[in-house]
Design a protein. Sequence first.
Length: 248
Amino acid sequence: MQRIDLCDELEISLKSEPGIELVCDGAGLPADSSNLVWRAASEILNLSMLKTGIRIKLKKKIPVAAGLGGGSSDAASTLMGLNQLLKTELTDEKLMAIGLKLGADVPFFIFKKPALAEGVGEILTPLEGIPELWLALVNPRIHVATSWAFRNLNLTTEKVAATLPFLYKSPADVSEILSNDLEAVTIERNPVISRIKEKLLSEGAAGALMSGSGATVFGIFADRNAARNAIQSIPAGNGWFTAVAATI
């Protein structure tokens, strides 16, 4: 798992009136207890000794249901931000445990390092020395529910030994280990994902893969200009989401 510098914006403040007020800017997101940000705020507020309310403004820049962990990163940021504002002084380990109750990917964004994730995502081993990578991100504005993707994944009982190297020197090294079992599920319904991968590879990507359960595809490039040129080759009139991002 790897963080990138594409991010939403969260503005968190305390207010005298009790309760949680969540304002979502665009994206048609719910602003109630069905939102991970609201639930994260509730978890921390319940642990706080302060008698206060919380106001959160969420400005989305990451596409919704895109396989990029946008909701999970927002929840993690809410936990960390309120931990400071409410002075609850929870350790990262405690925050990660709370985050796991919200979603499997939330602990990773509190971990704040590239990691090998095992279990459901809560067992994190840091990966050191990964080179900076530039990514061209393309999402054809298709929403994919993670729950749907996993329900349609054909799991097997066969145990396959997968060994990941712990040293990567170049984009090519990282690209060699790219694989995503969920691609077969999501591409069957949305074959355009396969065409996007082929397009990014034809534009010089060292590797290309669907992110998470989709439908975002990322291509790996050695520098910003190469990633930007790949994005510029995507027809502008199709309404797709595109971005250039760096790993962090």
